[in-house]
Design a protein around this ligand. Structure first.
Ligand SMILES: Cc1cc2nc3c(=O)[nH]c(=O)nc-3n(C[C@H](O)[C@H](O)[C@H](O)COP(=O)(O)O)c2cc1C
Length: 201
């Protein structure tokens, strides 16, 4: 069972969620790879922004995904920070390069999941998760929502949606995913791996 956690993160919040999802899926015995999508922000902008520089440095050793990489996995979990209520252009850019995979039906019946991060509690976590599902549906992927399968989704005021995990970074990005956010994310990784396992047998 091979699972890809594919994400974009400017400052590291979505990265931490991706790592927690990976941990959860590994607990169920999956081989899990963490890959980031290519950055689109020009290097000079990154160099002039302390937060972006920190985020880029944090992720410099994480592999950058190519569209064809998606073929190699039984399940793919997509994560993006909210940008004006929807996924970031970096994630959409990678998805927009999967036209030939779509034409060949290469992603049909792969299990899929989504997760997100936003600055404010109502800044778009849910909408980002839901709208990120739309292109995956066009691909014929089988989307596994979190539902209320993690007890934290009902009780945590930081993040966690029935659609997929989320975190809240704060307007200045100073809030980090807390234990409750990360537990929900880890539970989601487990759930995706468990569903994938059942689907494959
Ligand atoms: C161009 C831009 C648009 C953004 N739009 C939103 C938004 O609509 N709602 C929100 O809550 N946060 C918004 N944010 C904040 C990001 O979602 C936040 O920085 C991100 O969740 C942090 O995750 P990361 O560290 O993985 O990048 C925006 C940030 C940028 C740069």
């Amino acid at each position: 069972m091979r699972i890809l956690v594919l994400y974009y993160s400017s400052y590291g919040h979505t990265l931490q969620m991706a790592q927690a999802i990976k941990r959860g899926a590994e607990k169920v015995g999956a081989e899990v790879h963490l890959k980031r999508v290519p950055e689109l922000v020009p290097q000079e902008i990154i160099d002039g922004d302390e937060g972006l520089k920190y985020g880029a440095d944090l992720q410099k050793d994480i592999a950058v995904a190519k569209p064809d990489d998606l073929i190699d996995y039984d399940a793919i979990i997509f994560g993006s920070p909210t940008r004006y209520g929807i996924m970031g252009a970096q994630m959409k850019n990678l998805i927009d390069q999967t036209g030939s995979l779509w034409a060949q039906g290469k992603l049909v019946n792969k299990i899929a999941g989504v997760f997100s991060s936003a600055a404010t509690p109502h800044g778009g976590q849910e909408i980002t998760n839901i709208t990120m599902m739309i292109p995956l549906m066009h691909h014929g992927m089988i989307i596994v929502p979190q539902g209320y399968t993690s007890s934290g989704t009902s009780t945590n005021y930081g993040g966690g949606t029935p659609y997929g995990p989320s975190t809240t970074a704060g307007m200045d990005g100073s809030r980090q995913p807390d234990e409750a956010d990360l537990t929900i994310a880890e539970d989601y990784g487990k759930r995706i791996a468990e569903v994938t396992k059942r689907f494959l047998t």
